[in-house]
Design a protein around this ligand. Structure first.
Ligand SMILES: [Zn+2]
Ligand SMILES: [Zn+2]
Ligand SMILES: [Zn+2]
Length: 138
């Protein structure tokens, strides 16, 4: 069984060619992907099926929303400990202003912020902007 198939099995999703292909895209890319990015890579796939695939992957804890302050919703592969309904991706996202790609900074945690009493925090997102290592190396 391939690593991709193991991910699907772990999250109790049936192994289908389209699911495998989407996971492979995330594994190979190294940065967050929007649904338009995925559609561009899979021109033959049905858009509705792709949309449902992303939605179920997010629910199952395979991918998470990579909030990067842009108008385009992007997703990235989860850290191994994510599970259905429980995401543990409390890392910073980095948005490169040069190539406009967004990266997960795994291991770089979003700092705890003090919120006044009377407000209940459910999620904290942090995006750091700048120039990524690939652009800097050019
Ligand atoms: Zn997650
Ligand atoms: Zn860059
Ligand atoms: Zn991330």
């Amino acid at each position: 069984m391939s690593p991709t198939e193991q991910i699907l099995k772990k999250h109790k999703l049936r192994i289908t060619p389209i699911r495998k292909e989407v996971i492979n895209l995330f594994t190979d890319s190294g940065h967050a992907l929007s649904s338009a990015d995925i559609e561009a890579q899979m021109p033959d796939a049905d858009r509705i099926t792709l949309y449902r695939t992303l939605k179920s992957f997010e629910e199952k804890g395979i991918i998470h929303k990579a909030i990067d302050g842009t108008a385009t919703q992007k997703y990235a592969l989860c850290e191994a400990q994510c599970d259905e309904h429980i995401h543990h991706d409390e890392h910073v996202h980095f948005h490169c202003e040069n190539c406009e790609l967004t990266f997960c900074m795994e291991g770089v945690f979003v700092p705890k912020v003090q919120i006044p009493a009377g407000f209940n925090v459910t999620q904290t997102d942090m995006v750091v902007k700048g120039v990524c290592n690939k652009c800097l190396a050019k």
